[in-house]
Design a protein around this ligand. Structure first.
Ligand code: DX5
Ligand code: ZN
Length: 221
């Protein structure tokens, strides 16, 4: 099965004082999805944005909002993010002892449900839950900050996960990669099995729309 390749710029690298302008620039560069990084200062050592900003984004764009919840007790906030206008909601395996229930909760709002694994969390930890998810996000940096160096073990992890999914009737489950993705390594990430590419600092340096076009050409090579 060939899944569409989606470019998901991370708003973490946007200019928060000019968020609407940056969203419009991403739209003009044909971004497919907007990746929204939600951090709580507990699960990860940083605090970012929450439901009011998601609601504000919802008012200015029709692009899907991909909310990556890097927070403890995500179940407590899934309804709030769903009501704020998230389209996709992903939760970390490391914060979610009842993954089956949490994924069902996300889907109960009609949203796409994702499982996130940190860079060295065993890939097998998502296998039994994968059939209840729409996508698996493999972190290729330790979550918490933009602009970190890509961790190359992502490649073999994505290959292993893609084969597991394809060999178990789960070819529709998508793989998202997040962290250190630039124009230079985007195609390698796709070849390893990712079809949703998050990129923050790689897109928000220089000409944002041009970077998106260049990344699109690179992954379609
Ligand atoms: C990191 C976030 C990422 C981050 C990626 O915790 O989940 O989405 O914004 O930024 P870059 O692409 O700069 O590594
Ligand atoms: Zn993210």
């Amino acid at each position: 099965m060939s899944l569409p390749i989606l470019l998901a710029p991370s708003l973490l690298s946007a200019d928060f004082m000019n968020l609407e302008r940056d969203v419009k620039t991403l739209e003009s560069g044909n971004a497919d999805v907007l990746h929204v990084d939600v951090m709580d200062g507990h699960f990860v050592p940083n605090i970012t944005i929450g439901p009011p900003v998601v609601a504000a984004l919802r008012r200015i764009t029709d692009l899907p909002l991909d909310c990556h919840l890097m927070i403890e007790k995500p179940d407590d906030f899934i309804p709030t993010f769903a009501e704020a206008g998230a389209d996709w909601i992903s939760i970390h395996q490391e914060t979610s002892p009842h993954l089956h229930r949490s994924l069902a909760l996300i889907r109960s709002f009609g949203k796409k449900a994702g499982i996130v694994l940190n860079p060295v969390t065993p890939i097998e930890f998502c296998f039994d839950a994968a059939e209840y998810a729409d996508y698996i996000l493999l972190m290729s940096v330790n979550p918490g900050f933009g602009g970190q160096k890509f961790i190359a073990s992502f490649y073999r992890r994505a290959e292993k996960l893609r084969s597991f999914l394809d060999n178990n009737g789960l070819g529709k489950v998508e793989i998202e990669v997040d962290g250190g993705i630039k124009i230079e390594n985007a195609l390698d990430a796709v070849r390893a099995g990712a079809n949703i590419l998050v990129s923050g600092s790689g897109i928000f340096s220089g000409d944002v729309a041009e970077n998106l076009h260049t990344m699109r050409r690179a992954v379609n090579a």
